[in-house]
Design a protein around this ligand. Structure first.
Ligand code: 6R9
Length: 684
């Protein structure tokens, strides 16, 4: 346990580690920040000059409307210019003579599996895959779903789409067939890129059969997926049985023994990556994209339960991903950088793929989990590659703390300079452990607050200059103008909690919700005209540090994964025994938050352990294993307002065993509260 003082003191960056930092002092930060806010065009124009544009800006550098009362919300950066992000991430470095530099070290789930790929080899394979996609009729503007584990081919797939102007829609490989199908339908995708299967820890995930099921679900709803490209990731073996097709040897990276993984094959639709990609031409010209053309969509939970396809565009996202990466991690040539996030989430998009590659960085991609083969795995990898900049989530830090310091200290971590965190507020205890134990009281910690919607970091410390306060993401990144406001959009006093909003656009902000611009406007811009509303609560202390306190809408942040309570409720209600369900968040010592579900059963149905198991499985199938509820409670009745709205505020108190319910005057039937308290499982 850290002492109280350690939790509340301010930590200064170690100047000897940051002698050549991009930003060395707070004066320098303040000056650059001021320039970025007062003259965003000038600030970003200078940055844009370092990138390749096929044609220069032909209209306004920045044009926007953030105020719904003045017309539709619109944001455009670098009007009329054309570029390609894949060109800037790969070709540019190869042309500069850095083709032989390693782009990615790949570390498999099993410590014996490893690989690496240089910038020129990556470019070659991206071009080959891009040609395969083109040969399958995929063209600029078409949507391609990607459902893969953390293997190098995932980055190749994303870059190949970007090269030909296809919009990638990556679905995290922990999602179920139904969630994948829902996302493919919403995006009306033409093709799916997936993998036969993969190991996560000791668990084998049969990705191809989940993909098959998702494709069938799409076809039932009228969407035909005509191309399914499959990476053979598990080693070739007699035990792989295809019902149709052939079983050529592959030269995939993983060499572990494969377990009986049956891969079903649909002739004409399914194609093995290793048969078509190496055979394709290595030349593929880039599609020159308008800076405001779409680059990708990525689904994030929506408070109504239906996920939103957050859409990002080429030019602004490119500038923002590259610039945030450079400054937040104080990137320099020679760094070995490692972000543990999965590419299925925005952190993986921006800080595993685009940000590092745009800077010509060498990074590590890790397929496995922090706990396999043991809880020292992350530090063993840091040691093996001499990682200098490391980025992970508070949930991982909290879980690893439990295993004690020895598993960390066993490995050499003297290469580390910057430790990043992302995904949820980090509690000061975990921060201090990360700082003292992992970073040997030497490294700077960057607590980065941002969202799928923001494209890149929005509030973060900078490693060379920001005095760090454990638990605070500290100050805005260049171009971000935050305010903390009350319900009436008036700024709150120091140390008061309010809504965190941003009042002018930065290049990486999302441009719309795919296919539903109105939802984009209502979700983010309606509540406070003139501002982008993050949906998070925050406070600013007297020194100007921002402390993000968490979501203020019906969202739960479980281990850094944002889940909508409505989505979990609808999965529970689909079960034939359930009449009604209400899900609330509950603090959790490792996951940050967990879900506590109240279920009202049909007349005559008993609340048994078997039923609880079935309901958990229902959520797993509908959404994915990571969404499985932690606690289910029988709720013969739910507290409701007279107008019939479930009072989640009251349920949250019941879940926490807190009888101080506050004002319940609007509740229709107060007697349900006592019943719920009496049925509360004793194990909570
Ligand atoms: C990047 C990412 C976004 C939500 C966001 C907030 C929470 C992320 C945080 C943080 C406090 C941090 N969040 N980073 N809260 N401090 N450093 O996680 O994107 O999956 O869209 O989640 O995560 O609540 O609104 P996304």
């Amino acid at each position: 346990m850290a002492d109280k003082q350690a939790l509340h003191q301010t930590y200064l960056p170690k100047s000897e580690l940051f002698e050549s930092a991009h930003v060395k002092t707070m004066e320098q930060y303040n000056e650059m920040y001021k320039h970025s806010i007062e003259n965003p065009e000038g600030f970003w124009k200078d940055i844009a000059e370092k990138f390749y544009f096929k044609t220069p800006v032909q209209g306004k550098f920045l044009e926007y409307n953030f105020d719904v009362s003045k017309g539709p919300i619109s944001i455009s950066w670098m009007q009329g210019a054309s570029t390609n992000i894949c060109y800037n991430a790969l070709d540019r470095h190869v042309q500069d003579g850095n083709g032989e530099k390693v782009a990615f070290f790949w570390e498999g789930n099993d410590p014996a599996d490893e690989g690496k790929i240089t910038y020129s080899a990556l470019l070659k394979q991206v071009c080959q895959l891009a040609n395969v996609l083109k040969n399958n009729g995929i063209k600029k503007g078409d949507r391609v779903a990607i459902y893969m584990p953390m293997i190098v081919e995932l980055s190749i797939a994303l870059l190949a789409c970007a090269r030909i102007g296809a919009i990638h829609s990556i679905v995290f490989a922990g999602f179920s067939a139904e969630s994948l199908a829902e996302r493919m339908q919403d995006g009306e995708v033409s093709a799916l890129i997936t993998t036969d299967g993969f190991w996560r820890g000791t668990k084998l995930v049969d990705l191809k059969s989940i993909s098959d099921k998702a494709i069938d679900l799409c076809s039932e709803k009228g969407l035909q997926i005509r191309t399914c490209l499959v990476v053979r990731h598990l080693s070739p073996s007699d035990e792989i049985v295809e019902t149709n097709g052939n079983g050529d040897q592959c030269d995939g990276v993983a060499k572990r023994p494969c377990h009986k993984l049956k891969v079903k094959w649909v002739e004409g639709r399914d194609q093995w990556w290793h048969q078509v990609v190496p055979a394709a031409s290595e030349e593929c010209n880039c599609e020159w994209m308008d800076t405001e053309d779409s680059l990708f969509m990525l689904y994030t939970s929506g408070s109504t339960g239906k996920p939103k396809g957050v859409l990002h565009t080429v030019g602004g996202y490119m500038l923002y991903a590259a610039t945030t990466f450079k400054y937040t991690f104080d990137y320099h040539n020679g760094d070995i950088y490692w972000c543990t996030a999965d590419v299925g989430w925005i952190t993986g998009h921006t800080y595993v793929c685009y940000g590092p590659l745009l800077n010509g960085c060498t990074s590590v991609i890790f397929e496995g989990t922090p706990f396999y083969p043991d809880a020292g795995r992350l530090w063993q990898i840091v040691d093996k590659y001499q990682v200098t900049k490391f980025y992970t989530a508070p949930t991982a830090i909290r879980a690893l703390m439990k295993y004690g310091d020895e598993l960390v200290k066993k490995y050499d971590r003297s290469s580390l300079k910057v430790l990043g965190t992302v995904g949820e507020p980090i509690n000061p205890e975990a921060w201090v452990w990360y700082y003292n134990v992992v970073g040997d009281a030497r490294c700077s910690i960057v607590d980065t607050f941002w969202q799928t919607e923001t494209g890149g970091h929005t509030i973060t410390s900078l490693p060379g200059c920001t005095p760090m306060k454990p638990g605070s993401a500290s100050f805005p990144f260049f171009g971000i103008k935050p305010s903390i406001v009350d319900e009436n959009c008036k700024p709150v006093e120091a140390d008061q909690e309010g809504y965190l909003v941003f009042s002018q656009p930065w290049p990486g902000i999302m441009r719309t919700v795919y296919g539903d611009h109105q939802r984009f406007e209502t979700t983010y811009f309606k509540k406070f005209p003139g501002y982008y509303c993050t949906g998070d609560g925050a406070k600013m202390d007297k020194d100007g540090y921002i402390w993000v306190t968490g979501r203020i809408d019906d969202m739960v942040n479980v281990s850094g994964h944002l889940l909508s309570t409505a989505e979990i409720e609808s999965a529970l209600i689909e079960h034939s025994s359930v009449v009604e369900a209400a899900v609330v968040s509950q603090p959790h010592s490792i996951k940050g938050e967990s879900t506590y579900c109240f279920v009202t059963l049909c007349q005559g149905i008993e609340f048994t352990e078997d039923l609880v198991t079935e309901l958990k499985a229902a959520v797993r199938t509908k959404i994915g294993a990571f969404a499985q509820p932690d606690m289910l409670q029988n709720a013969p009745g739910l507290p409701k307002t007279r107008s019939g709205k479930i009072m989640r505020r009251v349920l949250r108190k019941i879940a926490r065993g807190d009888r101080d319910l506050g004002d319940v005057s609007t509740m229709a039937d107060e007697s349900v509260v006592d019943t719920l308290f009496s049925l509360r499982p004793s194990t909570v």
